[in-house]
Structures are given as structure tokens and as C-alpha cells.
Ligand binder design. Structure first.
Ligand SMILES: Cc1cc2nc3c(=O)[nH]c(=O)nc-3n(C[C@H](O)[C@H](O)[C@H](O)COP(=O)(O)OP(=O)(O)OC[C@H]3O[C@@H](n4cnc5c(N)ncnc54)[C@H](O)[C@@H]3O)c2cc1C
Length: 411
């Protein structure tokens, strides 16, 4: 339900109604229907209801793993999301200009799809519609949480919405305000940050040939290039590109006109989908591995990018956050059943322990893939080719790799 001024007290306040905050609020409201907690979601940008962008739901696309599909299915959202996705039926991994490639297929993995690609703006519309229709979630946007301070048994939040200021008390604050969090700075929650010295150039492209639901991960001299299948639109064979380039070269790529960019892209990607016909507007994101030094405090839990921002190479960021959400919702539901306060440290600690293995595993998987495939040192090239050869020759290795990519390893 959309509100313009909040009440004084909430059981839970979610800071940030992006992909993670909105998914968490909805999942929790579904899980706790009987006990009806009152939940407030505060989002800095106006909600999207049509194709125009809210900060979390920008021009990017996201590869949702099969595991994420199961999570959205379990909270009754998959039907709406499914209308907006393109399935990934095959993933082809190759190293440009060198031997070594492998292919994962849904048939071999015995699943309906290896994953699904959704445009962030479309996922945003689905999530925002659910928030505005939910009876148990109050959605305040645009509004900014300016300050959070600990109180006995909860947190006090200062909210600014236009010319209005509000103070709200919450039993639990779920911080889902993304990778650059002034609130963490205020609370003295440190981050360990390692820059990859790379930027991701994002754009959509139309190709001569249909993608046949195939995703390509191609390792080029600058870094990995992912070409992901999008839903057909206006008869165009559209794909979403995530092209990792060295930080010092990204301005050069961004300044290329469409024709020049198409030549560079065609040269790196090859003719897998015939000629590149058209490219859309380009966006650039600096890439780093950032990890919060604390994920919980009494009455506070960090979710999504504010807790861990990963390199997009393996498409793990949102997928991992959705598994965190599933674990947190289940932990909070048990606390409610046992009539324990939601912000209780012992409860939050159980959540962190539950997710520790999955988080460490996903961080390691993404970080090592990034480092292995991002430079052409002779030792890395050899390891890469051995890796691709092993995947190609050993179905069991392909299965393990596919399970990690599909987000079903930790389930
Ligand atoms: C190029 C690229 C490609 C990616 N591809 C994939 C992929 O294929 N698969 C995958 O799983 N992941 C992918 N990711 C990762 C994924 O995008 C992130 O995991 C996800 O965006 C994290 O969402 P979030 O809600 O935590 O943060 P954000 O998306 O940053 O959202 C934070 C929200 O909080 C709001 N906010 C901030 N401060 C305040 C405040 N003080 N008060 C109120 N509101 C506030 C913001 O307006 C924003 O809406 C990719 C990332 C990049 C950069």
C-alpha cells in the first residue's frame, strides 16, 4: 500500500525498495500472513509502474538462476516474473582466439532452464506492483532515510519525504540501500573493498540471428563478455551485453559511436549470432568486491549489495541475495512462532550462520573466476584452458559448475 506519511512504530523497516529490499519485504509478508507484522519500505526514488527507471531497476538485465526461480515461485511471484523473462537453455563458454570451450545444456542438467534473463525495469514493475497492492506493507517513496540510531529494543529512523520529516521506531531495520551506503558510514560499519580495476559496459544489442535461448560467456583480451538472451521485442533478436573492460579503457569504449562500437563488439564476440545490427545506450559500472565487516547488529541486518557486492561475471549478486532473503525470512518466521523479538541478536546470528557457507562459496567462485579470466598471463591462460577442457571432458565437473551457476548448490 502506497503511503505519504508513516506511522510512529513498525515491526520492520526496510531501507531501500530496490530488487533486494522489495523482494525481502514481499517474501516476509507472505511468510508471516498469520501474525501480520507491519512492514515499512522506504525507497529514495519514485516507484516505477511503467518502463522508466528507478535506481535499482535501471537499464541492466539480470540473469536469475533456476534457484531464484524456485524462491520467487515459493512466494507466488514467479507467474508474473515469468511473463517478462527469456529462459537460458544453453550456456556456451569460450576463450577468444584460443582453443578451449564448453557448453552447458538444460538437457544434460535435466532441468527446464539453466536460468532466466529479466530486464531490471520489468522486474521492478512486478515488485513495485506487489508492494503497492500488499495490505501488510506500507511503501513510502520517494523518501530517504537520513539517519538510524540504536534505541533500547529497536532503532529510531529519521525520514525525509519532500518537505516533510518523520521519526519512526522499528523493532528491526533491514538495510538494503545498495553498495554505497552512507548509513553504514554513519553507524561505523566498515567495508573491505578490493577494486578489480575493471568497468562493466552495459548495453542491449540486436543481432542478425535469433539467440535460440543461448547465453554466451566469452573471455576476451579485456575481460569477460556476457551476451544474454532477451525476450523478443518488435521482431528484434535482442541480447543484453555485459562487457568487462580495463578501468583505464572504459572511457574510450563509452565514447565510441554506435558504428564503431559494433565493429569492436563483432570483432570480440565473433559471428555466433551473425551480424550485430544495432546497439542501445551504453552504461558503465566500476567493479569491485565489497564486503561489509558486520552483517548484523542488535535490531539491524544488512542485505544485498550493502552486505556483499560481487563482480557480475558469474551473475551471482542478486541470486545470492535472494538465498539470503529466503534464509532470513525463515529465521524471522521461527522467531515469531517462538515469540522472540525480531531484532534479537541470537536470532540474527542464526541467520548469519545459516548463510555463511553459501556466501563464502559464492564470493570465492566469483572472485576466482574473475581473476582467472581477466588477464592473459601465461599461467592463467594455461589454467583457463585446462579448466575449459576439464569441463568439456567431464560431465561431473560440468554438473558441479552448472549447479553453482544455477544457484542450486546451496539449496
Ligand atoms: C553490470 C552488472 C550486472 C549484473 N548482473 C547480475 C546478474 O546477471 N545476476 C545477478 O544475480 N546479479 C547481477 N548483478 C548484481 C545485482 O545487480 C545486485 O546484486 C543488485 O542490484 C543488488 O540490489 P540491491 O537492492 O541490494 O541494491 P541496489 O540495486 O543498489 O538498490 C538499493 C536501493 O536503495 C535505495 N536507497 C539507497 N539509499 C537509500 C536511503 N537512504 N533511503 C531510502 N532508499 C535508499 C536506492 O534508491 C535503490 O533503489 C549485476 C550487477 C552489475 C553491476
Amino acid at each position: 500500500m502506497i503511503i505519504s506519511s508513516p506511522e510512529n512504530n513498525y515491526d520492520i523497516v526496510v531501507v531501500g525498495g530496490g530488487m533486494v529490499g522489495a523482494s525481502f519485504a514481499y517474501a516476509l509478508s507472505k511468510s508471516l500472513t498469520a501474525s501480520c507484522p507491519n512492514i515499512l519500505v522506504v525507497e529514495a526514488t519514485a516507484p516505477i509502474t511503467d518502463i522508466c527507471f528507478q535506481s535499482s531497476f535501471d537499464a541492466r538485465s539480470t540473469a536469475l538462476s533456476f534457484g531464484s526461480r524456485l524462491i520467487y515461485e515459493s512466494i507466488g511471484l514467479w507467474e508474473e516474473i515469468e511473463e517478462q523473462v527469456s529462459p537460458i537453455c544453453e550456456i556456451r563458454v569460450s576463450d577468444r582466439g584460443r582453443f578451449g570451450s564448453t557448453c552447458l545444456t538444460r538437457e544434460e542438467q535435466g532441468t527446464e532452464a539453466l536460468g532466466y534473463v529479466v530486464e531490471n525495469a520489468n522486474l521492478g514493475i512486478v515488485l513495485n506492483t506487489q508492494l503497492s497492492e500488499s495490505e501488510s506493507i506500507a511503501h513510502l517513496a520517494p523518501a530517504i532515510i537520513e539517519k538510524i540510531s540504536p534505541k533500547e529494543e529497536g532503532m529510531r529512523l529519521e525520514i525525509v519525504a519532500g518537505d516533510n520529516r518523520f521519526q519512526v521506531l522499528a523493532g528491526l531495520v533491514v538495510l538494503a540501500d545498495g553498495g554505497r551506503s552512507p548509513i553504514c558510514d554513519q553507524l561505523g560499519i566498515g567495508q573491505s573493498k578490493e577494486s578489480y580495476n575493471q568497468h562493466a559496459i552495459i548495453t542491449n544489442a540486436a543481432f542478425e540471428l535469433p539467440h535460440q535461448f543461448c547465453a554466451f560467456e566469452r573471455f576476451t583480451d579485456t575481460g569477460p563478455l556476457a551476451v544474454l538472451p532477451l525476450r523478443e521485442f518488435n521482431g528484434e533478436n535482442r541480447c543484453s551485453l555485459v562487457w568487462t573492460v580495463r578501468a583505464e579503457e572504459s572511457a574510450e569504449y563509452m565514447e565510441l559511436d554506435d558504428e564503431e562500437f559494433i565493429v569492436k563488439l563483432q570483432n570480440s564476440f565473433g559471428n555466433h549470432l551473425g551480424a550485430v545490427i544495432q546497439v542501445g545506450e551504453k552504461f558503465c559500472y566500476p567493479l569491485s568486491l565489497s564486503l561489509a565487516k558486520e552483517q548484523i547488529r542488535p535490531s539491524l541486518v544488512l542485505l544485498g549489495n550493502v552486505a556483499h557486492t560481487l563482480h557480475p561475471v558469474a551473475g551471482q549478486g542478486l541470486n545470492l541475495a535472494l538465498r539470503d532473503i529466503e534464509a532470513l525470512v525463515s529465521t524471522l518466521s521461527s522467531a515469531v512462532t517462538q515469540q522472540k523479538p525480531l531484532g534479537d541478536m541470537a536470532t540474527l546470528q542464526r541467520y548469519v550462520e545459516k548463510q555463511d557457507f553459501d556466501q563464502q562459496n559464492s564470493i570465492r567462485f566469483t572472485d576466482s573466476l574473475t581473476k582467472l579470466f581477466s588477464n592473459n598471463k601465461q599461467s592463467n591462460v594455461i589454467l583457463r584452458q585446462l579448466g575449459l577442457l576439464t569441463l568439456e571432458l567431464l560431465p561431473s565437473a560440468r554438473k558441479t559448475f552448472a549447479e553453482q551457476a544455477m544457484g542450486i548448490m546451496a539449496r
